[in-house]
Design a binder for this molecule. Sequence first.
Ligand SMILES: CCCCCCCCCCCCC/C=C/[C@@H](O)[C@H](CO)NC(=O)CCCCCCCCCCCCCCC
Ligand SMILES: Nc1ncnc2c1ncn2[C@@H]1O[C@H](COP(=O)(O)OP(=O)(O)OP(=O)(O)O)[C@@H](O)[C@H]1O
Ligand SMILES: [Ca+2]
Length: 548
Amino acid sequence: MDTDVRLESSLWVGNKRYRAVLTGWYFNWTEVDKNRDKKTVSVPVAEVIGVEEGQVEILPQKCVEDTDKDFTVFYVKRSSSGGSYGLLWRLGRTQFSCPSRVLRDQWTQHLRAALKTHGPLRPHRLLVFINPFGGKGRGRKIYHSLVAPLFELAGINSHVIVTVQANQARDHLLKKDLTGFDGVVCVGGDGMFSEVLHGLIGRTQQEAGLSENDPTVALQPCPLHIGIIPAGSTDCVCFATVGVIDPVTSALHIIIGDSQPLDVCSVHNPSAVVRYSVSLLGYGFYGDVLAESEKHRWMGPLRYDYSGATVYLSNRSYAGVVQYLPADPLLSSPRDNTRCLSGCSVCSRSTERLFHHSSDSGSLYSSHLSQFSSDSEGEWVSVKGRFRCVSLTCMSSSCPKSPLGLSPSAHLADGTADLILVWDTHPLGFLKFLYRHITTQDQFDLPFVEVHRVKAIRFSPSPEEEEEDDEEKLGMSGAVNEKEGHHVQDGETRSSNGSQQHLAPRGVTKHQKGISSLLCGLCCRKAPAVSVWNCDGEILPFTELLCR
Ligand SMILES: CCCCCCCCCCCCC/C=C/[C@@H](O)[C@H](CO)NC(=O)CCCCCCCCCCCCCCC
Ligand SMILES: Nc1ncnc2c1ncn2[C@@H]1O[C@H](COP(=O)(O)OP(=O)(O)OP(=O)(O)O)[C@@H](O)[C@H]1O
Ligand SMILES: [Ca+2]
């Protein structure tokens, strides 16, 4: 750290005198005329947003009084409101008065020089995509009134594109010149983030001459970071990484150059192009909810609740075969009650293991592939039966709807995902499962739910098992499996190819069957034999897939 940056003097804030000290890392000020309870305000230089001459205010509007002995410092201030202490960030602002203009200029120069030492971490030029229709349609307003003034204060040059159609951001990133940009910002929801993610991953592989469609290819990491200004309906990626849905907090994280690596799951189908998922890849309930919700886009974010209730009442389950490649259980478990936060030790160890301990030199990703090579991948486990839903989540997928998420102990960047299998069960059981997503009760502590930490999965629907009539279906999997002679209580057996195979063991009581019949009478029409996959809020055009 440059020691020339150090400066110390008396300064005034309002009518109080302070001793202000700038070291390489911190800017502190302590009231001097107080004998007791001296309070020091200490701002890490890494969290200083801007330094301006004069008395300056930037929100709600920029207002400058160019007095020649004053300067104003803007910095990150952690807010205690909103029940998430430390997570919600606000723009702190303190106005200092100096005894002379010379000293004022010294302070502004030294503070700016100290800020420069953090320059390499901070973005200078950003490409911003705004979806004007995401969430409640407030993307433009959110960006221009809350975010742009902060970027300007921090000296960030932004090139803003308000999209006029879906996939414009993705195509821009795939084809246009991106020279000079330090990062891409999306103003919108998870769908907008997904567009940007697909664009950047695709562009990086194109430039490296790699085929994304080949599941055995080791992909190149993207050089550009993605910032998210939440303005969507679920904003799950933002919530799970930042901890709150708040445009100002996100803008401040972007400005100071914070970053969080994220697991990305590639989804392959032999006859279709690859897709990527970072949060929910869901078949059954979540697929149906998404398909239903697309018909009601006009409802805005409410469409998910409405469609959720409709799909719940339609009481569907689907037959399928799920195969998964378990992750190392010694490293972590989806039921170990940990929460992944920035700097998480499980993720750091994983990054180290996956990217830096590669025996062959160069590529960061070369050892990643070894997870999937035949001798080190481990043994695939095969599961067959009827499911309410099959969900794969690379991270907790926490969001305001479900503050702990689909898998509360999942890790953001450990190279694994959690596979949640919800076997067919009676409607009240399924409601209990769903309800636990909005409480702190363990949604995995139910007899018809299992969760596995995995490195890869394969899925294929088996619609030929859909022949039974609706009422029988509502009698559920216990009966189905008995018919097939597969009714094994929490059983485990071996499939013909030698992999482990679990078979659906879920029975129902008479009482539950009664409620099911009632529900059937109320709302069941012939259910479709197959569901669709929800890939981070996008419907996949195929049902058979391989994810890694
Ligand atoms: C009794 C209350 C139960 C409440 C259950 C709440 C569960 C909420 C779980 C949310 C998980 C979100 C995972 C994130 C996925 C995102 O990548 C994706 C893109 O934005 N979002 C969705 O697909 C959007 C998916 C949205 C799913 C919403 C499901 C709402 C279910 C409501 C069920 C009501 C049953 C009422 C019975 C009368
Ligand atoms: N100008 C546009 N017109 C129509 N669709 C757009 C436009 N720009 C982006 N999109 C598409 O809109 C979809 C939804 O956008 P976004 O994610 O911002 O909002 P949302 O669906 O309300 O939120 P969430 O994804 O969090 O549920 C994205 O898949 C994106 O491709
Ligand atoms: Ca993960």
